[in-house]
Design a protein around this ligand. Structure first.
Ligand SMILES: Nc1nc2c(c(=O)[nH]1)N=C([C@H](O)[C@@H](O)CO)CN2
Length: 117
C-alpha cells in the first residue's frame, strides 16, 4: 500500500507526569505514515483526491496544542484515532518523540501502529 507521510511535525503542548511539567509547555515531534492509495490523485492531479497532509497536520496541531495529557502513550493513541476516524486512512504508524526529556538521550517516546476497526 502507498503511504502519505508527515515528518518531524513539531507541536508545543502541556505534557508530562511531574509537577514541574504541568506548569510549562514542551515541544513534541511527530513522524507519521498513513496508508493511502495514491493512484487516483496521481491520475487526476487534483488535491481533492489526495490524503491532504496539510489538512492532517493542521488538525493535529489544533488538537495537540490544546491537550494536556500526562503520558505520551495517551496522546499518541488519541492522535492515531483522529487520523483513522476523520481521514480516509486504513492504517497509521505514528512516532511521538519528546526531545530532551531524558538526560543523555536526544529524544524518548513511543511508536504505535493502528488500523481502522
Ligand atoms: N513510557 C513513558 N515513560 C515516561 C513518560 C511517558 O509519558 N511514557 N513520561 C515521563 C515524564 O513525563 C518525563 O518525560 C519527564 O522527563 C517519564 N517516563
Amino acid at each position: 500500500m502507498d503511504k502519505v507521510f508527515i515528518e518531524a511535525l513539531e507541536i508545543e503542548t502541556l505534557i508530562g507526569i511531574y509537577d514541574w511539567e504541568r506548569r510549562i509547555r514542551q515541544p513534541l515531534q511527530f513522524d507519521i505514515e498513513m496508508a493511502f492509495d495514491n493512484h487516483r490523485p496521481a491520475a487526476t492531479d487534483d488535491i481533492a483526491d489526495t490524503l491532504d497532509y496539510k489538512a492532517v497536520s493542521k488538525r493535529l496541531i489544533e488538537y495537540v496544542s490544546q491537550s494536556s495529557f500526562g503520558l505520551v502513550e495517551t496522546l499518541a493513541e488519541r492522535c492515531a484515532g483522529i487520523i483513522l476516524d476523520e481521514f480516509a486512512v486504513s492504517h497509521v504508524r505514528l512516532k511521538l518523540s519528546k526531545p530532551g526529556a531524558v538526560r543523555g538521550a536526544r529524544a524518548v517516546g513511543v511508536m504505535i501502529e493502528r488500523s481502522r476497526a
